[in-house]
Design a protein. Structure first.
Length: 433
C-alpha cells in the first residue's frame, strides 16, 4: 500500500511541476513514506532523517540550494509531534489519510522558518475524491487501493490507530480508476486493503456490494487479464468470494491469507477471532474449488505468552497447509497496543530461535513449490527488462518471479513459457516452440 500511496503522492505533486527522480542528489524535495508496523521500520526513519539533514545542510552551504524534506505515512501519523521535535529540519509531516493535502502543505513552505507544516487528520472527506488522476502510466501490473483502515484491533497491531477506521471506496470510484489504468497499458490489477476482503462499498444504485461482487464487476472490464487482491483476513472470506475463485478466469490462483499463529490459545490472545480449524476449512474450500490454488501467509513468532507447544502448533499448521511463500516476523511490541503491555513477553533469543526454525520450514516449502513447476508450461506476464543483460522478467500466476530471454514477447504481453529451472526465489523459463 505504501508503494501505491507513493505513486499517488507523486500524482498530487505533478501539477506543481514536481517529477520523480531516482537520485536524492537531484531532488528539490524528498518524501519519505514510512511504515510503523514494527519497531525496526519506524527506527529507520530517524536514521534516514539524520542522513538527509546532512545532505540538506551541505547543499545549502555549498550550492545555496534548498531541499525540502517531507515525512509521510504511518510513522508521521503516529509520531508526528516527536518527528517535529527531534528533527526540526523536516518541513512537512503528513499522515496516510491526508496526503491529498500535500500541495496545500507544500505551498505553505517557508525556507526562512524552522519547523514543519503538519496534517495528520483523518479527514471526514474521502481522500480519493481529492486525488488527481495518474500523471503517468503505472505499467503492466498496477495496484489499486479499494479499502483502508481496520476495525479488528488484533492485540499486536497498530493499523487501526495509524490508518484509522475501516473505509471502503465506493464502486464507481474504483471502476473509474481501474478503467483509467487499463486504458494506459495496465493488464493486471492488484486490489489493496488492510483487510481487502472486508470491503463493502456503495454501488451506483445506493446498494452495498461485498468484495466478491466487486471482483465480478471488475472482471467485466475490457483489457483486464489478471486480477489479484491483498491482504485478506480469514474472517472476511464469504461465499461469493469463494465462487469468484472458481468462476472468474482472470482471478489468479494464489491467495495471501495470513494466519499469524497455529495455536488456538495464541489466536485468541491475538484477538484474531477464528481458530485453526476455521483456517483449515477455508484453505480446503479454496483448493476444492481450484486444484492449483496456492496460498501464502504471514506469521508472528514470540507473541507474549507463546509456549514451545504453541509454537509447535504453528509449525504443525504450516506442515498441513503447505505454503507457496510467506512472511514471518518476530513479535514487536508496538506502543499503545494491548499486547505490548502484557507481562508475558518472550525473550529475544527465544524469538530469534523460533523465527529461524519457522523460516527454515517455510523456505523449504517455497523451494518445493517452485520445483513443482519444473517442466510445466505456464502463462507469464512480462513486466520489465531483467537485471541480467539479455533477459526479461515477469510473474507467474502464482507470483513467482520468472526470467527468460529478452527475445520473447513485449512488456505487457502474457506469454506461455516452459519452466526449465527453479530456485528458492525464482524460475527460469523458455519460449514454447
Ligand atoms: N490485515 C492483515 C495484516 C496487516 S499487517 C491481517 O490481518 O492479516 C501485516 C503483517 O505484519 C501482519 O500480518 C503481521 O504478520 C505483521 N505484524 C503486524 N503487527 C506486528 C507486530 N506488532 N509484530 C510483528 N509483526 C507484526
Ligand atoms: Fe492489524 Fe490485520 Fe488485525 Fe487489522 S486485522 S488489526 S490490520 S493484523
Amino acid at each position: 500500500m505504501n508503494v501505491y500511496d507513493s505513486a499517488r503522492m507523486a500524482d498530487t505533486l505533478a501539477p506543481l511541476g514536481y517529477v520523480e527522480t531516482d537520485k536524492v542528489d537531484d531532488a528539490d524535495m524528498v518524501v519519505i513514506n514510512t511504515c510503523h508496523i514494527r519497531e525496526k521500520a519506524s527506527e529507520k526513519v530517524f536514521s534516514e532523517l539524520g542522513r538527509l539533514r546532512r545532505m540538506k545542510e551541505t547543499r545549502q552551504s555549498e550550492q545555496n540550494r534548498d531541499m525540502s524534506i517531507a515525512v509521510a505515512g504511518c510513522v508521521a501519523q503516529a509520531e508526528g509531534e516527536e518527528i517535529a521535535r527531534r528533527a526540526p529540519w523536516v518541513d512537512v509531516i503528513v499522515g496516510p489519510q491526508a496526503y491529498h493535502t500535500l500541495p496545500e502543505l507544500v505551498s505553505k513552505l517557508d525556507p526562512s522558518s524552522r519547523g514543519a507544516v503538519m496534517n495528520t487528520d483523518f479527514p471526514v472527506e474521502d481522500k480519493f475524491d481529492f486525488l488527481p488522476e495518474e500523471h503517468a502510466p503505472r505499467g503492466p501490473a498496477a495496484f489499486l487501493s479499494v479499502q483502508e483502515g481496520c476495525d479488528k484491533f488484533c492485540t499486536f497491531c497498530v493499523v487501526p490507530y495509524t490508518r484509522g477506521a475501516e473505509f471502503s471506496r465506493p464502486v464507481k470510484s474504483i471502476i473509474d480508476e481501474a478503467k483509467r489504468l487499463l486504458a494506459t497499458g495496465t493488464v493486471e490489477l492488484t486490489l489493496l486493503g488492510q483487510n481487502v476482503n472486508a470491503w463493502h462499498g456503495m454501488a451506483v444504485d445506493g446498494s452495498t456490494w461485498n468484495f466478491g461482487r466487486l471482483l465480478y464487476a471488475l472482471a467485466e472490464l475490457d483489457g483486464l487479464k489478471r486480477l489479484r487482491y491483498v491482504t485478506s483476513h480469514p474472517l472476511d472470506m464469504h461465499d461469493l468470494l469463494f465462487d469468484a475463485h472458481v468462476e472468474i478466469p482472470q482471478l489468479m490462483p494464489y491467495l495471501h491469507l495470513p494466519v499469524q499463529s497455529g495455536s488456538n490459545r495464541i489466536l485468541e490472545a491475538m484477538n484474531r477471532r477464528h481458530d485453526r480449524d476455521a483456517y483449515f476449512k477455508i484453505i480446503e474450500r479454496l483448493r476444492h474449488g481450484r486444484a492449483d490454488m496456492a496460498v501464502s501467509g504471514d506469521f508472528i513468532v514470540g507473541f507474549p505468552g507463546e509456549s514451545d507447544r504453541d509454537f509447535a502448533d504453528t509449525l504443525n499448521l504450516i506442515n498441513e497447509v503447505k505454503y507457496a511463500s510467506a512472511y514471518s516476523f518476530k513479535y514487536s511490541p508496538r506502543p499503545g497496543t494491548p499486547a505490548a503491555s502484557d507481562d508475558m513477553q518472550i525473550d529475544e533469543a527465544v524469538k530469534s530461535e523460533r523465527l529461524a526454525g519457522l523460516q527454515q520450514l517455510l523456505t523449504s516449502q517455497q523451494q518445493a513449490f517452485n520445483h513443482s513447476k519444473l517442466d510445466q508450461v505456464m502463462d507469464v506476464l512480462i513486466e520489465r527488462p531483467a537485471n541480467r543483460a539479455g533477459q526479461k522478467a515477469g510473474r507467474s500466476p502464482w507470483m513467482q518471479a520468472v526470467h527468460f530471454s529478452e527475445d520473447v514477447g513485449q512488456i505487457g504481453d502474457i506469454v506461455p513459457l516452459k519452466i526449465v529451472s527453479a530456485t528458492q526465489n525464482s524460475l527460469a523459463g523458455q519460449a514454447v516452440i
